[in-house]
Design a protein around this ligand. Structure first.
Ligand SMILES: Nc1ncnc2c1ncn2[C@@H]1O[C@H](COP(=O)(O)OP(=O)(O)OP(=O)(O)O)[C@@H](O)[C@H]1O
Ligand SMILES: [Mg+2]
Ligand SMILES: [Zn+2]
Length: 265
């Protein structure tokens, strides 16, 4: 057994890792202000400066997407589809207008066209430039975590998993529809999206499925018919999504395929 560290050591550690203590709040995070002659406290400037850093740490952006910034998204490379440029402009306008305009984004399109890049780039700008709290979740992982929470040996309860998803100011839900539909999947998606809708919170969604109603065949029938977002999440949810989000349809070829061997960055 190690002896408990004495208070003296703890104080030494604290002081040595905190080179400068804020002179305004003396480290408390709150600074005094006088409002109508009454002493009150308000968030200290030092907290406002460190807030974006903290938000970025809590946002759960996977390592493989950390590089995704709107400023690093190319729209004039060889073979770039015009829809990709339009989507980038809309994402930038979304950041500029938030939170006056809180309608979210639904990014659709084929594989590798930059849907996740734009979604993550948008949340990074909201955190950095506007200190808005954001959270990234892969749809499959979120459903898996919720399912795991029913397992008695897992510590987190369903509500503990869902609370940040309900409460974050901006949620990025990546790969919506990527889980095989079932009654439970539909109930869970509708709980998440309806809760956020009712609380007037913004959701940014990416999906590989076309923004179309269930069973819309586009002239193609039988096995060749491509599934739609309506097939995967239900038409009622799709219609709710249209109230929550503006659809940005990306198109073009898979950026990964095209530039796999090139050092594009
Ligand atoms: N226009 C672009 N400029 C710079 N990088 C890009 C661009 N488009 C895609 N990329 C990069 O290519 C990779 C694939 O893009 P991304 O993951 O955003 O595609 P996606 O549309 O989400 O694909 P999927 O449907 O497979 O999820 C990422 O590393 C992304 O940063
Ligand atoms: Mg993606
Ligand atoms: Zn301070």
């Amino acid at each position: 057994m190690h002896p408990a560290p004495s208070k003296g050591i703890l104080r030494f550690v604290t002081v040595s890792t905190t080179p400068t203590i804020c002179p305004l709040c003396h480290g408390s995070g709150w600074k005094p202000v006088r409002v109508d002659g009454i002493e009150r406290v308000t968030r200290c400037d030092c907290q406002l400066k460190s807030r974006p850093e903290r938000l970025l740490k809590q946002a759960r952006i996977p390592k493989r997407y950390e590089h995704c910034e709107l400023t690093e998204f190319f729209t004039d490379h060889d073979g770039a589809h015009p829809a990709v440029g339009r989507a980038l402009l809309s994402a930038k306008a979304f950041v500029a207008e938030y939170p006056v305009e809180k309608t979210g984004l639904l990014l659709t399109g084929p594989i590798g066209v930059g849907k996740t890049h734009i979604a993550v780039g948008t949340m990074q700008e909201l955190m950095r430039n506007k200190a808005i709290g954001c959270l990234f979740y892969d749809y499959r992982e979120l459903l898996k975590e919720i399912q795991n929470s029913y397992n008695a040996s897992v510590q987190a309860t369903e509500l503990e998993v869902l609370r940040p998803v309900f409460e974050t100011e901006v949620l990025v839900l990546d790969e919506l529809g990527a889980v095989k539909p079932s009654e439970w999947v539909w109930d869970t998606v509708s709980l998440i999206l309806n809760t956020r809708y009712n609380d007037n919170r913004t959701t940014i969604i990416t999906t590989n499925y076309d923004d179309k109603l269930a069973g819309s065949d586009g002239g193609v029938q039988g096995a060749a018919r491509k599934e739609t977002l309506g097939d995967r999440i239900g038409d009622r949810m799709l219609s709710r999504l249209h109230e929550m989000c503006r659809t940005l349809r990306l198109d073009g070829s898979d950026f990964r395929e095209k530039y796999r061997n090139a050092s594009f960055r």
